[in-house]
Write a protein that binds this ligand. Structure first.
Ligand code: ADP
Ligand code: MG
Length: 885
């Protein structure tokens, strides 16, 4: 069959019963959605419910517990065997249910992150979710749009797209709706079609959708794409390692027990039994559930604070950010551009009054005398040309003035309006726009040509670029450059306006480019773009937290540096331009230099990627913002790529790890803080759970060494690990930020969760509390208590001591029983619950039967509390003495 790229556009339209002007009717569209399904690429089913369940069943912990249960049965300890099996089910189900819930909440958060597309439906251009696109839809494509389905171009103008995702080719491909082909040609050469997964980089086009979802070219190869949705986080991997290390330690302890037992002629069966108990004691049954809860909760909190984080691993990485590289315009500043000053080519200087985009304001000379612009022809002409070289438009909305389109253009539209000039007034004067080169960040200028009796070419753009183009004599060039820097030194964004009167050339892009050497510079406009009100505070917070903030902008270095100073950026006077980056890249000392500089001006998107790479090589964790199509590589390359939710292109959003729904710099800092809190809390419960395991191991080990009976039954251990500890551990995820959370340095890339200090702390707590537990048990045995009583008391002591131990882990320095404890209501509740459960284990007859416990007396309770308090205090003292933060 003829492929769509070999057909005429009419045939393709007919094939899909669609229409270039009307598009599909919404009725047809919804019918087709039924028929073809949503336009999404399905990843392999990595987290179906069954897969998740299997994930929880298929792990070492479960196997060890099952082995323990089987051994119990073999030894005739039926109740114990059954109880261990129940424990297995509990462990699996808590893991499974929490992960399922977390996954649901992650999915619903990820649903907030969707891409949109513009299509024609019922004759109107409408924005829909990309998933709703159906074959036959007419796509409306512009620079920056992500292309969401395979489609045949119907009309195109100056249109190009980047197809690297599909072909690996990083250059943009020129596309042309009028191209025709008779033969089979490779994917990359078909210029009259566009593909899902690619992006429009230039121009605009209309196209009719031919394939969606898995039928698209990218859908067909999607098995080859890595579905990293359920990628294991670095934390997962570390926790796994820690868990294995503890189990190995327990196995060694078990082996030692066996050997000791054989040497001292103890019954072999008993020794096996103890070994199993040790293994059970070592297993952190609750761990996987708790860490998933913490991360997904963090994700939700971040979303509430306007930061949509796409993956759990990003939540974790955020907290380690050491550098924020932020766009200036719109993120650090308001992006409300207002022309405040004008300097004409002859040096005449004017000030303009007015607020934001409100189109009223007056003009003054340097002596503050109001002037009549109509009488100053050079000034009038510059204002007029500026306004005619724009694409944005001004709109009033409930008394508020807004700009649709580019804010810099907006400044010129408003400037013109202050004198009653706009693009419509050109028509009134009998002028027609016959050519236009839209603004782009590589050219850094925009051109329009108007035709009346004669043609006029107008250009507006970055001053240095325009001065270069005009190449006046040296003296004039210096003069012009000095006007530019006067305005820039006021912190203003400077745009030059130039023209060619009586333009003789053509209207093709090549003609325009060639003509630009003849431009004459009319003057410079100084635009103010005030910093966002909360930026100064956010920058301060970030810098106090040891995070370096770097400004990235297309603006002039002086302008950028002034704004940097205003918002309190450290080293605001250390600047570097894109050109300097280009010259220095790859040379020795390049990375170090990039580390030092705080303001990067006149940068290109390629420079951004170079910056990210240099900083990462230096060991930094880089969060970088971006909004354009060309920012995608830098966003991909950064540890955390941050896209602007409002201003950003769909492509930037797709390439990012996090989306700011409010485009605010402060939101980044908030998210980092949240990331730090999460990491802190993870550390706390990991430390808590493992030190509790240590207590159990130490106590049992000591009693074997000293030839005492077992101080605590396997079921008690499981009860501690799965019932008593789990709720407080989960509640630690709800701990509020510590006071110094944004006063510490960022943790380094090498500084993993499990370091020497951390292990030191776990071992220390385990040994101290374990020793006291053993001492208590020996005391009871030597004071003629029966074994069951001593075991129940030791078991209860462990529960109480572990709960008190919470106060040692909940603060990284100092003691955790203070006012802030009551703030974490979840924790208070969890601890009360645990106390209640332990009481039931001791006093409820039914529980006594299952657990082999018996009621204990008040005197014993007294000793338990005193001993637990003492061991908690010793742990705290030693922690301080050894500085085990
Ligand atoms: P940024 O917006 O971060 O400054 P851009 O790449 O958008 O970076 O702009 C680069 C430079 O191009 C600006 O500093 C300015 O001099 C010039 N410029 C920006 N927008 C326009 C526009 N709409 N028309 C003409 N020149 C512009
Ligand atoms: Mg811009």
């Amino acid at each position: 069959m003829e492929k769509f790229y070999q057909q005429t556009t009419e045939d393709t339209l007919q094939h899909f019963e669609s229409d270039r002007q009307q598009g599909l009717s919404s009725k047809t569209a919804s019918q087709r959605l039924e028929k073809y399904g949503e336009n999404t690429i399905q990843q392999q089913e990595s987290h179906s419910v069954w897969a998740l369940l299997w994930d929880n069943v298929n792990n070492l912990i479960v196997y060890l517990l099952i082995a323990a249960a089987l051994l119990s049965f073999a030894m005739g300890e039926t109740i114990e065997g059954v109880a261990v099996l129940i424990a297995v089910v509990i462990a699996v189900m808590t893991g499974f249910i929490t992960e399922l819930r977390a996954q649901k909440s992650i999915d619903s958060l990820q649903d907030m992150i969707y891409t949109t597309a513009k299509v024609i439906r019922d004759g109107e251009v409408t924005e829909i979710e990309s998933a709703q696109i159906v074959p036959g839809d007419i796509l409306v494509l512009e620079e920056g749009d992500a292309i969401a389905a395979d489609a045949r171009l119907l009309e195109s103008s100056n249109f190009a797209s980047i197809e690297s995702a599909l072909t690996g080719e990083s250059e943009a491909v020129d596309k042309d709706a009028n191209e025709t082909y008779d033969e089979d040609i490779p994917l990359g050469d078909r210029r009259n079609v566009v593909y899902a997964g690619t992006a429009a980089t230039r121009g605009n086009a209309y196209a009719v959708v031919t394939e969606t979802a898995m039928e698209t070219e990218v859908g067909k190869i999607s098995d080859m794409l890595t579905g990293d949705k359920k990628r294991r986080t670095p934390l997962d991997i570390e926790l796994d390692k820690l868990g294995k290390a503890i189990i190995i330690a327990a196995l060694f302890a078990a082996l030692a027990v066996l050997i000791a037992g054989v040497l001292t002629d103890q019954p072999f069966v008993e020794m096996i039994h103890i070994s199993i108990i040790l293994a059970v004691a070592a297993i952190p049954e609750a761990m996987p559930a708790v860490s998933t809860i913490t991360l997904s909760r963090g994700m939700r909190i971040m979303a509430e604070h306007k930061a949509l984080v796409k993956s759990l691993s990003a939540v974790e990485t955020l907290g380690a950010t050491s550098i924020i590289a932020s766009d200036k315009t719109g993120t650090l500043t308001e992006n409300q551009m207002t022309v405040a000053e004008l300097i004409l080519a002859d040096g005449a200087t004017y000030k303009v009054s007015g607020n934001g985009y409100e189109p009223t304001g007056k003009f003054y000379d340097t002596d503050e005398n109001e002037i009549n612009v109509k009488e100053e022809s050079a000034l009038h002409e510059m204002i007029r040309n500026g306004a005619w070289c724009t694409t944005a438009s001004l709109r009033e909305n409930e008394g508020q003035f807004e700009i649709l389109g580019d804010p810099t253009d907006g400044a010129f539209v408003v400037l013109g309006k202050k004198e009653g000039i706009d693009r419509q007034s050109a028509e009134a004067e009998g002028l027609k726009k016959i050519a236009e080169m839209p603004f782009d960040s590589d050219n850094k200028f925009m051109v329009t040509v108007y035709e009346g009796d004669s043609r006029t070419l107008i250009i507006k753009g970055a001053p240095d670029v325009l001065i270069d183009l005009a190449s006046p004599d040296e003296q004039t060039a210096e003069q012009l450059a000095s006007y530019n820097s006067t305005l820039a030194s006021h912190g203003q964004r400077v745009i030059a306006v130039g023209r060619i009167n009586d333009y003789q050339g053509g209207t093709e892009e090549a003609d325009l480019r060639e003509a630009l050497q003849d431009i004459e510079i009319q003057g410079f406009a100084g635009i103010v773009d005030p910093p966002r009100t909360d930026v100064k505070e956010a920058v301060k917070v970030a810098q106090e937290a040891g995070i370096r903030v770097k400004m990235i902008t297309g603006d002039h270095p002086q302008t950028a540096s002034m704004i940097a100073k205003e918002i309190g950026l450290k080293d605001y006077d250390k600047t570097m331009t894109g050109k300097e980056i280009d010259d220095a890249v790859g040379q020795e000392g390049f990375n170090e230099r990039i580390e030092e500089v705080a303001v990067f001006a006149r940068v290109s998107p390629e420079n951004k990627l170079q910056l990210v790479e240099a900083l990462r090589e230096e060991g930094d964790i880089v969060s970088m913002t971006g909004d354009g199509v060309n920012d995608a590589p830098a966003l991909n390359g950064a540890d955390i790529g941050i896209a602007m939710g409002i201003r950003g292109t769909e492509v930037a959003k797709e390439s990012s790890d996090m989306i700011l729904t409010d485009d605010r710099f402060g939101t980044i800092v908030d998210a980092i803080k949240e990331g730090r809190i999460i990491f802190d809390n993870i550390k706390k419960y990991v430390s808590f759970l493992f030190s509790c395991n240590m207590v159990e191991i130490v106590t049992i080990f000591l009693s074997v060494i000293f030839l005492m009976p077992i101080p605590i039954q396997p079921l008690h251990i499981l009860f501690l690990n799965l019932v008593i500890d789990i709720a407080p551990a989960m509640a630690l995820a709800f701990e509020p930020a510590e006071d110094d959370i944004m006063k510490r340095q960022p943790r380094s890339k090498e500084d993993s969760l499990v370091n020497k200090r951390f292990l030191g702390r776990i071992i220390l707590s385990g040994v101290v509390i374990g020793l006291v537990a053993f001492g208590f048990f020996s005391y009871l045995m030597h004071t003629n208590h029966e074994l069951q009583y001593a075991q129940t008391a030791t078991f209860t002591f462990m529960a109480v001591a572990q709960l008190m131990h919470i106060f040692n882990v909940r603060k990284s320095s100092g003691f955790g029983l203070d006012k802030s404890f009551l703030k974490n209501k979840v924790l208070v509740g969890a601890m009360l619950l645990s106390v209640g459960l332990q009481l039931s284990a001791v006093y409820v007859p039914f529980m006594n039967d299952i657990l082999g416990t018996m009621p204990i007396q008040s005197g014993t309770w007294g000793i338990i509390f005193v001993a637990a308090a003492i061991s908690t205090l010793i742990v705290m003292g030693l922690k301080k003495a050894f500085q085990l933060k």
